[in-house]
Design a protein around this ligand. Structure first.
Ligand code: DHB
Length: 391
């Protein structure tokens, strides 16, 4: 089997890349270790930056997003039992975020890909990548009871943090930068209308909590828990008690409870691998970098990576030029590091660290007080939150 671009991973990065390449007349094949059902139902973040939304709409995969996505013009910060709104829309000259779950993006991209005759191998086993340091990269895998060898011009490693692509690059080539945090997020999906029309980021002495949503009927709530927390220690009543305490404000606001449809833990870490390329293997999305969830940058960064990669590949196939391919890593990393900084800043401003003392807690509150009282500070948050300009 032969194709132009072999893509490992059918998450948002791999699927969007295949879609963008197709629009440029470039062929690709996607190989995914999970089942279609699994990736279409895997619960992840749900906040799309303005640029991600625009890209989906402009490239013809935004119909359902336009219909079902919830456009938000602001977010709320809660601390010291008070709430403060940040008007993203006004502060950014008319940009917004859209609530639309990652698995819905994945469903839309899979159906567009299959409708266009694209090939996706699900439930692939023993996936390996080879030859990318020369001119004939190849991918091997088994699927449908057969072993396949796919030769291609380039390989895109869109297979996430635990994928095979990054570790296939010889030791010593990449430099890793990382930071772990002493907490994780416990997330619940709730069958109840969200208690706020917009997201609420809450700082409290008991730790961070976030109110988000998936639709006008389904809420999504998160709370900070220790990094080694075990779900069995968090029955629903304990989670609700804790959420009520962390969201408490003066006034008559109330957190509405509902049946918990799903509960999960998400670790928090910052990670970057540099460069994002070796030979003819290009890394994109979580395969190259992880951000802590606060600020919901992960999917949006993946979309920004594959946008640049598709442009570089289109330039290569149309003119034979390699300049954009050579610049791929450097151009991605400028955005990646700004998103790393923003996610780290949001995380450290809002979470409780065991090593913090009373000074640090006062300092955090002062930072939130400054943020919500300064047009300049709110504007800085807003432009990062809705997504920095592409280039
Ligand atoms: C969501 C996740 C985030 O990390 C965030 O900052 C906001 C919302 C979400 O899953 O809805």
């Amino acid at each position: 089997m032969r194709t132009q671009i072999g893509i490992v991973g059918a998450g948002p990065a791999g699927l969007l890349l295949a879609h963008l390449l197709h629009l440029q007349g470039i062929e690709s094949v996607i190989v995914e270790v999970r089942s279609r059902h699994y990736i279409e139902h895997r619960i992840r973040a749900g906040v799309l930056e303005q640029g991600t939304v625009d890209m989906m709409i402009e490239t013809g995969v935004g119909e359902r997003l336009k219909r079902e996505g919830l456009v938000h013009h602001g977010i709320h910060m809660r601390f010291n039992r008070r709430e403060h709104r940040i008007n993203l829309y006004e502060l950014t000259g008319g940009k917004a975020i859209t609530i639309y779950a990652q698995q819905e993006v994945v469903k839309d991209l899979i159906s567009a890909r299959l409708a266009a005759g694209g090939q996706i191998f699900f439930e692939a086993k023993d996936v390996s990548v080879d030859g990318f340091n020369g001119t004939t990269p190849s991918m091997r895998f088994s699927a449908d009871g057969k072993t396949h060898e796919l030769t291609c011009d380039f390989i895109a490693g869109c297979d996430g943090f635990r994928g095979v692509c990054r570790p296939s690059i010889p030791a010593g080539v990449l430099t890793f930068f990382d930071r772990t945090y002493p907490f994780a997020w416990l997330g619940i999906l709730v069958q109840a209308p969200p208690s706020s029309d917009e997201l609420i980021y809450a700082h409290s002495e008991r730790g961070f909590a976030l109110l988000s949503m998936r639709s006008t009927e389904i809420g999504r709530l998160y709370m900070q828990v220790p990094a080694d927390a075990d779900l069995k220690d968090y029955p629903d009543d304990r989670v609700w008690r804790e959420l009520h305490a962390r969201f408490a404000i003066d006034g008559d606001w109330k957190l509405t409870e509902g049946p918990v449809l799903q509960k999960n833990l998400a670790p928090m870490r910052s990670f970057v691998a540099e460069p994002m390329q070796y030979g003819r293997l290009y890394l994109a999305g979580d395969a190259a970098h992880i951000v802590p969830a606060t600020g919901a940058k992960g999917l949006n960064l993946a979309a920004a990576d594959v946008r640049l990669l598709s442009q570089a590949l289109a330039d290569y196939y149309s003119s034979g030029g390699t300049r954009l391919l050579e610049q791929y890593s450097q151009r991605c990393l400028r955005r990646v590091w700004k998103a790393q900084r923003f996610s780290w800043w949001m995380t450290t401003m809002l979470h409780r660290f065991d090593t913090d003392n009373a000074f640090d807690q006062r300092r955090q509150v002062a930072e939130l007080d400054y943020l919500t009282g300064s047009q300049a500070a709110m504007k800085s948050l807003a432009e990062n939150y809705v997504g920095l300009p592409w280039d």
